[in-house]
Design a protein around this ligand. Structure first.
Ligand SMILES: C[S@@+](CC[C@H](N)C(=O)[O-])C[C@H]1O[C@@H](n2cnc3c(N)ncnc32)[C@H](O)[C@@H]1O
Length: 241
């Protein structure tokens, strides 16, 4: 769906893609295959860069996908050199947000597109629940706000060409397609973590406990309307500012 969102915008072929915050490279590879493009996969941690490089070799795509260490605040690319910036599930962790989005705008060709997929706080997320999640996952609380993110996109010069409020749709689809393993595993994990809280915190420490709990409660919270996934298609100005 996110690939289609990107393809729908492109006036010409998408030849050069930046996957920022690439993680283990799953989407860098999928993008190279879908668009027959050159992809630069960038991540803050060397461990993720190495995992991406490994996945790229396994996929036989060394000629078209390169991985390197870098930050969204200082991208290792020349100005106006990229057709598509792919930014999936990483902006929550980026602080401050505004210079990061401005940096993405810098590397895009005039009229180029940026796909942002991000999970925000839903109306039903209570303040204590939000604080607990943000602390456990090292999320800047401001970045959980839809208004804040959209103001930043606009002030960096982007137009919001499409906004798809996904809510619980992807989770519903997984279940309807018979893929119930993940959500059941998450619920089981949350239940056991709650039931054995004191013992687990004693043995493993509060930070690891909270990290595991936050990861496991993420999908159930999406289904309950406490977390709100949204996909954006942002478009850079057609004339280089
Ligand atoms: C939740 S993972 C998402 C990975 C991938 N985009 C995906 O959708 O599967 C977030 C990734 O963003 C990276 N990251 C966090 N802050 C970053 C920054 N300032 N610059 C570049 N990457 C960053 C993390 O190291 C991590 O690999």
């Amino acid at each position: 769906m996110l690939h289609d969102l990107a393809a729908g915008h492109a006036a010409g072929p998408i030849e050069s893609i930046l996957d920022v915050g690439c993680g283990k490279g799953r989407w860098s590879i999928a993008l190279a295959q879908r668009f027959t493009a050159r992809v630069l996969a960038v991540d803050l941690t060397q461990e993720r860069v190495a995992a991406t490089a490994h996945a790229v070799r396994e996929a036989g795509l060394e000629g078209r996908v390169a991985a390197c260490r870098g930050s969204i605040h200082h991208l290792p690319m020349t100005t106006a050199s990229v057709d598509l910036v792919w930014c999936r599930d990483m902006l929550n962790h980026v602080s401050p947000l505004e210079p990061a989005i401005t940096e993405c705008a810098r590397v895009l060709r005039p009229g180029g597109a940026m796909i942002v997929f991000q999970t925000f706080a839903g109306d039903l997320l209570e303040p204590l629940e939000a604080a607990r999640l943000c602390s456990a996952l090292v999320i800047d609380p401001d970045n959980m706000s839809v208004d804040h993110a959209e103001n930043v996109f606009l002030s960096a010069g982007f137009a919001i060409a499409r906004k798809d409020v996904i809510r619980s749709e992807w989770r519903e689809h997984e279940i309807e397609a018979g893929d119930t393993d993940q959500i059941l595993r998450d619920l089981l994990t949350v239940a056991r973590l709650e039931r054995e809280r004191d013992d687990l915190v004693d043995r493993y420490g509060a930070a690891l406990y909270e990290l595991l709990r936050a990861g496991a409660i993420w999908r159930p919270y999406q289904m309950l309307g406490k977390l709100l996934p949204i996909a954006y298609l942002l478009v850079a100005p057609a004339i280089d500012p």
